[in-house]
Structures are given as structure tokens and as C-alpha cells.
Design a protein around this ligand. Structure first.
Ligand code: HEC
Length: 133
């Protein structure tokens, strides 16, 4: 590769990195709003199935054993902190909105699209059982 080609690819890599960091920072700020069609999505699943187990495996490290946002990893994370699932703010969201956020993640909150859809809906139902606890 020519010297020009090499410095061009370094420049492209640097710009890509800066844009990526910018997107990561911006996307983790302000209220987290799901798209309207996601909010309107109906929950096709009844019951919690094995959601308690799935949550223990995947979520309690950040969200805490009772979903209050106080898992062992939460202290080390910068704001926004892991959500308190029992709070009014989370409980007033629609099932579709929670499903979409769980699927897509934001900032330190990982996306969980790899979990089967059924399981993600069961997790939403499980989060409902924690309301006001
Ligand atoms: C590595 C830590 C981490 C793990 C693991 C994690 N979360 Fe989160 N979660 C977060 C953080 C941080 C936020 C806040 C994100 C924000 O507001 O930008 C969050 C927010 C949420 C919210 C609230 C969205 C809202 O309306 O504000 C829900 C629901 C949620 N997580 C569900 C889950 C579920 C379900 C799992 C497991 C399948 C999980 N999380 C695993 C860190 C985590």
C-alpha cells in the first residue's frame, strides 16, 4: 500500500472511531424513547415461563436480585444507571416499549435480541410481577 493509501486508511479509521464514540455518548443521554410502532406492539405471550431463571443469568448483575437497579455491577457503571424495574417510571411503559428496549439496549444496557422472542416477552411479564415491590 502507498504511503498516501496508508495515511488515508489511518485517517478513515480515526474518523470512524470518533463518530462511533460520539454516537455511543449521545445515544446514552437523555430520555430513552422507543419508536411509536414498538410502543404499540401487543404482548402475544402469557405467563413468565422460565423468565426468573433467564433474568438471574442475564440481568441481575446490573439490575439486582429484585430488579431494583442495584446489582453488583451497577456501582461501577457511569450514569444512566441500570433501571429500577419496580419503579413507576418503568411500570408505566407499555409491554411493547419494554420489549423493544430489552431487544435493542442502549449504552451499558446490552441488546438481548439473541434471546428467543417468547423469552423476551416472558421477561417483560416477569418485570410486571415486580411492580411496587
Ligand atoms: C451490563 C449491565 C446491564 C445488564 C446485564 C442488563 N442491563 Fe438493563 N439496563 C442497564 C442500564 C445501564 C440501563 C439504563 C440504560 C439507559 O437508560 O440508557 C438499563 C435499562 C433497562 C431497562 C429500562 C429501559 C427504560 O425504559 O429506561 C430495562 C427494561 C432493562 N434494562 C431490562 C434488562 C433485562 C431484561 C436484562 C437481562 C436480559 C438487562 N436489562 C440486563 C444495564 C444492564
Amino acid at each position: 500500500m502507498s504511503a498516501f493509501g496508508r495515511s488515508l486508511s489511518i485517517a478513515v479509521a480515526a474518523i470512524t472511531l470518533v463518530v462511533w464514540i460520539g454516537v455511543a455518548v449521545v445515544s446514552a443521554q437523555g430520555p430513552w424513547v422507543a419508536p411509536a410502532d414498538a410502543k404499540a406492539m401487543k404482548n402475544p405471550v402469557k405467563g413468565v415461563g422460565n423468565a426468573k431463571k433467564a433474568v438471574e443469568t442475564n440481568c441481575v448483575s446490573c439490575h439486582g436480585p429484585m430488579g431494583k437497579g442495584d446489582g453488583p455491577a451497577a456501582a461501577a457503571l457511569p450514569p444512566p444507571k441500570p433501571a429500577n424495574w419496580t419503579s413507576a417510571a418503568i411500570q408505566k411503559e407499555t409491554d411493547g416499549e419494554l420489549f423493544w428496549k430489552i431487544s435493542n439496549g442502549r449504552g451499558a444496557m446490552p441488546p438481548w435480541k439473541h434471546l428467543p422472542e417468547q423469552e423476551r416477552w416472558e421477561i417483560v411479564n416477569y418485570i410486571r410481577t415486580l411492580k411496587g415491590t
